[in-house]
Design a binder for this molecule. Structure first.
Ligand code: IPD
Ligand code: CA
Length: 298
């Protein structure tokens, strides 16, 4: 079934709640697996460049998540980052999974890495043709868990503490905004990103490169970042975090077209993903539009 805009209709609230329970259980189990990091961890394979790595734990975590989801939800589709991670959906729901987002941090034993699990409707490989209905991001070494359900709010749990409902930072002055970003694994894109960052840096408080897009988005939701932008993301990097931000009252978008205001942005996609609270969204999208016009991308 589709709504008026051609977007598949999200499942009813009771099914969304059940999907959220499944996502949380599976992401926590994968988080426990990944958090038990082998001391002799090495690089198992490389992808788009020799710095774009896969470890054996990325592969094991994806296998675990996929097996658990197939058992719990036969017929759902699957789109995972690692090899062999794609199957079509017979139910309208597809699981979009990054078994370890922040794999370079993981390799170096820097705690900013996460398991990202989202249930989406639509085709996650076509920008604008899908939307997340459930998102869970588990940072095992940080002791943080983020979860969001469409129209059910965004929540964070730290350690054994209670779940707290998330709102964005409330920032209203772009000049005082702390902005996250990331850099692609391929040289032409990262050289372009460096030029764009230089323009952005001149008009904000500072930049953070945390190393996990899923966590960057969750940090816009919990107010640890005021905004975030990046080129080069894949659906598995952004699916869960997108919903966490929007359920926290923040805005998430993609390429910024002509006109004014954040509503002119396309949905988040590889060319551009940005997120912020509403108080700086207009100024932030203007800044991105100017920087991107000044530096046509590769
Ligand atoms: C990467 C991280 C990083 C971002 C890259 C992503 P991976 O995901 O999210 O922060 O800058 O664009 O590819 O490779 O660690 O799963
Ligand atoms: Ca990954």
């Amino acid at each position: 079934m589709e709504d008026d805009g051609g977007m598949p209709t999200p499942p009813a609230p009771a099914e969304r709640a059940a999907l959220a329970d499944t996502a949380l259980a599976v992401a926590l189990e994968a988080g426990a697996l990944v958090g038990d990091r082998p001391t002799d961890l090495g690089v198992a394979a490389t992808k788009s460049s020799r710095t774009d790595i896969v470890t054996v734990m990325d592969q094991r975590a994806q296998e675990l998540i996929r097996a658990r989801l197939e058992e719990a939800r036969p017929g759902d589709g699957f789109l995972g980052e690692e090899e062999g991670g794609t199957s079509p959906s017979a139910t309208g729901i597809t699981w979009v999974v990054d078994p370890i987002d922040g794999t370079v941090n993981y390799l170096y034993d820097i705690p900013a890495y996460a398991v990202s699990v989202a249930a989406v409707v639509g085709d996650p490989t076509t920008p604008g043709a899908w939307q997340p209905v459930v998102g869970v991001v588990v940072g095992p070494a940080l002791g943080e868990v983020f979860r969001a359900t469409l129209d059910g709010g965004a929540w964070r749990r730290r350690g054994a503490g209670p779940w707290t409902r998330l709102g964005h930072s409330g920032c209203t002055d772009l000049g005082l905004a702390l902005v996250g970003t990331g850099f692609h694994y391929t040289v032409p894109t990262r050289l372009w990103q460096a030029r764009v960052v230089a323009d952005v840096l001149a008009e904000i408080r500072d930049i953070r490169r945390i190393g996990s897009a899923a966590l960057d988005l969750c940090h816009v939701a919990d107010g640890c970042l005021d905004a975030y932008f990046e080129r080069g993301l894949n659906p598995w990097d952004l699916a869960a975090g997108w919903l966490v931000v929007s359920e926290a009252g923040g805005l998430v978008g993609g390429p910024v077209g002509p006109g004014e205001g954040p509503e002119r942005a396309a949905p988040p996609q590889r060319d551009l993903t940005w997120a912020s609270g509403p108080g700086i969204a207009a100024a932030f999208t203007d800044l991105l539009a100017r920087a991107l016009t000044a530096h046509p991308g590769p």
